[in-house]
Design a binder for this molecule. Structure first.
Ligand SMILES: Nc1ncnc2c1ncn2[C@@H]1O[C@H](COP(=O)(O)OP(=O)(O)O)[C@@H](O)[C@H]1O
Ligand SMILES: [Mg+2]
Length: 298
């Protein structure tokens, strides 16, 4: 099969997603790497380039999304798809969409500028302030009460909007869960920027955690994703959803992701062939009917 990996500049020197492209090459597939900052992309002949799928590990506000969405618009399968990426990339959209579908996400406000934080009622505290397009735990602040607003200094360089989210009381560490398709691989305990160090370790993937994780994937239409969860006194709370995370310590992650990409592309191809066959049958029956009508007339 033939794949196009869209690689954002920031990931050029990272293992992901290039290690997956390498794996597919080793298995004998064709892979082109499209570096968004290094080459122009010809949009006029996307359909004739013969790609079975485009793959993107998205970057907040990166150019890769335009190319991915263009490929999708002309009928080429994409992993992840652009709608799913848009739903999770903007944390404001993810929180609204997730809450509307009953996901256990803490109550959340959208805040266009930090000066507006004073409008949030005292009873909503403690709050976590985070950039709505953030990643890698950058720019995370906890405010215990409105009195903390005076001391809050958000770096001016943060050219972003913010979420103010109710702090979810938790066990002091994050649980990261990783998925390709319907396979949930690992739950890993990781340090939270709001808590002290923990030993990173695998923790049991409970049926509840697995069910919640798969539900998120289905709801958002994600193929390759991860979620950040914490355990609260009232059950699990979802704090973050990521398309195509780095799968840090997940065993055999590269092979598993590559297998999934192949599987997804083959599945899309089977669907396309079935659709073409249906259309062919449809049009030949149509023609037969026309012929009948014509012969009845004469
Ligand atoms: N509402 C919250 N309650 C408790 N901790 C939070 C909350 N929101 C974020 N955090 C902590 O901050 C970390 C980073 O926030 P997250 O939403 O995952 O953004 P990022 O995209 O930077 O990973 C989380 O993994 C968690 O440790
Ligand atoms: Mg996170």
């Amino acid at each position: 099969m033939r794949f196009c990996f869209i690689v954002e500049e920031q990931y050029r020197n990272d293992p992901m997603p290039l290690v997956v492209a390498d794996q597919l090459l080793q298995w004998g597939h064709d892979v082109d790497v499209l570096e968004t900052q290094a080459a122009v992309t010809c949009l006029s002949d996307l359909t004739t380039q013969g790609y079975d799928a485009f793959v993107l590990k998205s970057l907040a506000d990166g150019p890769g999304m335009s190319i991915l969405a263009a490929a999708e618009a002309v009928g080429i399968p994409t992993i992840n798809n652009s709608r799913a990426i848009r739903l999770v990339r903007d944390k404001a959209v993810a929180a609204a969409f997730g809450r509307a579908h009953g996901l256990p996400i803490p109550p959340t406000y959208f805040v266009a500028h930090p000066r507006l934080l004073k409008q949030i009622p005292a009873e909503d505290y403690p709050l976590v302030i985070k950039p709505s397009n953030g990643s890698s735990c950058k720019g995370i602040y906890r405010l215990n009460s409105p009195a903390d607003l005076a001391a809050l200094e958000i770096a001016e360089a943060d050219d972003s909007f913010f979420l103010a989210q109710r702090y979810a009381e938790n066990t002091g560490f994050d649980i990261k869960v990783y998925v390709t398709g319907k396979e949930v691989y690992a739950a890993i305990a990781k340090k939270s920027p709001l808590h002290s160090d923990v030993d990173e370790k695998f923790i049991p993937l409970t049926p509840e955690l697995r069910k919640l994780t798969l539900h998120v994937g289905k709801l958002f239409g994600l193929d390759i994703y991860g979620i950040d969860v914490v355990e609260t006194p009232h059950g699990l709370a979802i704090l973050d959803i990521n398309d195509f995370p780095s799968f840090g310590r997940v065993p055999r992650a590269v092979v598993r992701i590559a297998e999934y990409v192949l599987h997804a592309a083959k599945h899309a191809e089977r669907k396309r062939l079935a659709r073409m066959e249906r259309n062919r049958r449809h049009s030949s029956t149509g023609k037969r009917n026309l012929f009948l009508v014509d012969s009845m007339k004469s």
